[in-house]
Write a protein that binds this ligand. Structure first.
Ligand code: DGL
Length: 276
């Protein structure tokens, strides 16, 4: 039986639109409700306690929209706050697990790199999971805090000297360690793919967490008999602040203009009342 209810996708802001883009590619008949916490972004420099309480509110909001499944598109939430999903009444997927599986499958020399926000890298979730699956792996990690604002300012061209210089500095430990596989552990990094490829070299496999997660969501929906058969799937966008840069940044990240966006008072979604 088909399940045409929407899939809920959330992120600390608009970065999760890169994950939504991948989900739409592999699940064309699904409807989506996207929530971006634009009023409280970034999460990547906040404490674990704050990230966990924000993630719970974001999930509660999506539940109030009647979603059948929740995807935490945010690398930081997936690394730090995946436990908030334990009492959800719907299936949940973060972006860490499947990017790790894809990296472990791709590496030939067992040297894997992970880049993400400071909170993601300090948490170490990727490294722990890589070592569970591949105990002989050498894992090199680095936080790249300037990548997010660069992308949001529209600095992303692969020949942009500012981007290339920042990438060269951040990625130096990866090049030095000889990683053959690099997990792009943050929503914004796929936009910098060209520049990252230039620094890392063609021989290094770059793992796009949106793509690996979208394929896993599809598999799980199939297994649960929850795939939609909707011919006219819809997309709804909600944010906690409509910022001046909204139109520009959302177009950079999604690759299309968002014409209709709704404002949410996210603080109203405290607690666990709708988790039964
Ligand atoms: N969406 C965040 C992530 O993927 C990046 C932006 C932030 O720091 O909130 O980790």
């Amino acid at each position: 039986m088909a399940d045409n209810r929407p899939i809920g996708v959330f992120d600390s802001g608009l970065g999760g639109l890169t994950v939504l883009k991948e989900l739409e590619k592999v699940l064309p008949k699904e409807s989506f409700v996207y929530f971006g916490d634009t009023g409280r972004v970034p999460y990547g420099s906040r404490s674990n306690e704050t990230i966990i309480s924000y993630a719970r509110q974001d999930e509660n909001f999506l539940l109030s929209k009647g979603v059948k499944y929740i995807v935490a598109a945010c690398g930081t939430v997936s690394a730090v706050a995946a436990d908030t999903a334990k009492d959800l009444p719907v299936p949940f997927m973060g972006v860490v697990e499947n990017s790790v599986k894809a990296a472990v499958a791709a590496t030939k020399n067992n040297r894997i790199g992970v880049i993400g926000t400071s909170a993601t890298i300090n948490n170490g979730a990727h490294k722990r999971k890589i070592l569970e699956l591949l105990p002989t792996a050498t894992v090199t990690t680095a936080d790249c805090p300037l990548f997010v604002p660069l992308v949001e300012e529209g600095f992303s061209a692969e020949d942009d000297i500012v981007v290339l210089e920042v990438a060269r500095r951040y990625l130096a430990p990866m090049v030095e360690a000889g990683v053959d596989t690099l997990i792009l552990g943050c929503t914004h990094y796929p936009i910098l793919l060209g520049a990252i490829k230039k620094i890392m070299g063609q021989g290094v496999t770059l793992i796009n967490m949106g793509n690996s997660t979208a394929l896993a969501v599809k598999e799980e929906l199939k297994a649960l008999n929850m795939i939609s058969e909707e011919e006219s799937a819809t997309k709804e966008f909600y944010v906690s602040d409509i910022t001046a840069g909204f139109a520009k940044v959302s177009e950079i990240l999604l690759g299309e203009k968002i014409c209709d966006v709704n404002l949410v008072d996210i603080n109203k979604y405290e607690g666990s009342s709708n988790r039964d």
